[in-house]
Design a protein around this ligand. Structure first.
Ligand code: CAA
Length: 378
């Protein structure tokens, strides 16, 4: 058993760390305040290969594997969680096209994502009436000549108004999972209209929009995988995606622990730094312990993925634990800061808001427990 990153993985982590510390962290508060999408940062991430970390070089990726990917997302999220989710979804979309696409689809769409030319990728699965019960989606795709015509509505789509390449799930057959197919849709496609960006509690610098499809004609050769095989693509994408969100949660926890420890040493009360109060020390100790456990779970799931071994259960465990722990950590980091923690001069205010969605998106904590329990009972 080896707990260290390899030299290649360290190199990717260090590239991400340098960009995160020098470029992303100094801008994070302003982007959050202005609700400004991190377009510039995405270009820089693309330049370093970080929009296709686990994508083969022939399609413009870094071919560095799932562990390096997790390490990179941790660094990016520690600096700016908004940028990390946009990065994670773009990587996820690129990986799915590599995994399920035809050679023509891979050559055409993956380099657009990895180079930053497409700005970002988007993953359009959820709908207004179904998030957790993804197999109940009602957007339809009917075949007409050489195209599929998409009609319906998607909701909460990260980067849906910026992405040049979107994966869109629609019903091509009967009810349930087997009637769902997945399509590659280009940004700006006629008949696809992004709605007003949502006003969110956190991740304010990422964009989350509804998408309306009205008579949106998608050429038939944009079907990803098999007709009726879309649900499996969504589930396998989310297995990897959950490693990404677990890694995001780890990054947020690292930022909380660092901010909490720094403030505790500086802030004095009752004649001494508050770091000397047991109440504060125990919070920091618990945060550090949960952070170490979350890191271990995320890297273990990523390692299994990299080995080509089953990792569905482990990805759900990593996402469940890390996202719940990040919410505990951000709450305690605000508490350590006292009244100051409530104001956005201190990063913990933003981290508290950013962490909240981690137990919700890419499968709620309840969905992760469904997945884990099914594996336990199998
Ligand atoms: N990999 C491959 N195939 C899988 C799979 C996996 N991990 N999990 C299930 N499948 C297959 C099954 O084998 C089954 O196929 P067969 O019938 O051929 O055996 C088929 O998919 C249906 O599986 P289930 O019966 O398990 O499906 P279900 O309806 O019971 O759903 C669920 C299970 C786990 C609850 C699933 O619906 C789910 O994960 N829901 C949450 C959806 C989600 O995470 N949405 C997030 C939106 S995206 C987002 O947030 C991105 C963003 O922008 C940040």
């Amino acid at each position: 058993m080896n707990f260290s990153l390899t030299e290649d993985q360290l190199a990717v982590r260090d590239l991400a760390r340098k960009l995160a510390r020098e470029v992303l962290a100094p801008r994070a508060r302003e982007l959050d305040r202005r609700h400004e999408y991190p377009s510039g940062a995405l270009g820089e991430l693309a330049g370093l290969g970080l929009l296709g970390v686990n994508v083969p070089e022939e399609y413009g990726g870094a071919a560095a594997g799932a562990v390096a990917y997790a390490a990179a997302i941790m660094e990016i999220a520690e600096a700016c969680a908004s940028t990390s989710v946009v990065t994670a979804v773009t990587n996820m979309v690129a990986e799915q096209i590599v995994a399920f696409g035809t050679e023509e689809q891979k050559r055409r769409f993956v380099p657009l994502l990895t180079s930053g030319e497409a700005v970002a990728g988007a993953f359009a699965l959820s709908e207004p009436h179904c998030g957790s019960d993804a197999a109940a989606l009602t957007t339809t795709a009917r075949r007409e000549g050489g195209a599929f015509i998409l009609d319906g509505e998607k909701q909460w789509i990260t980067s849906g108004d910026h992405a040049g390449v979107l994966l869109v799930w629609a019903r091509t057959g009967g009810p349930g999972a087997k009637g769902i197919s997945c399509f590659i849709v280009e940004g700006g496609a006629k008949g696809m209209t992004p709605g007003r960006p949502e006003h969110k509690m956190g991740l304010s610098a990422s964009s989350t929009v509804p998408l309306v499809f009205e008579n949106c004609a998608v050429p038939a050769d944009r079907l990803l995988g098999e007709l009726g095989g879309g649900f499996r693509i969504a589930m396998s994408a989310l297995d990897g995606g959950r490693i990404g969100i677990g890694a995001q949660a780890v990054g947020v926890m690292r930022a909380c622990l660092a901010a909490g420890a720094r403030y505790a040493k500086e802030r004095r009360a009752f004649g001494k730094p508050i770091a000397e109060q047991e109440a504060i020390r125990w919070k920091l100790a618990d945060m550090a312990t949960e952070l170490a456990a979350a890191e271990a779970l995320v890297f273990a799931a990523a390692w299994l993925k990299e080995q080509g071994r089953p990792f569905t259960r482990e990805a759900s465990m990593a996402k469940l634990f890390a996202s719940e722990a990040a919410n505990r950590a951000t709450k305690e980091a605000v508490q350590i800061h006292g009244g100051y923690g409530y104001f956005d001069e201190f990063s913990v205010e933003r981290l508290f808001r950013d962490a909240r969605v981690e137990t919700l998106y890419e499968g709620t904590s309840e969905v992760q427990r469904i997945v884990i329990a099914r594996h336990v009972l199998q």
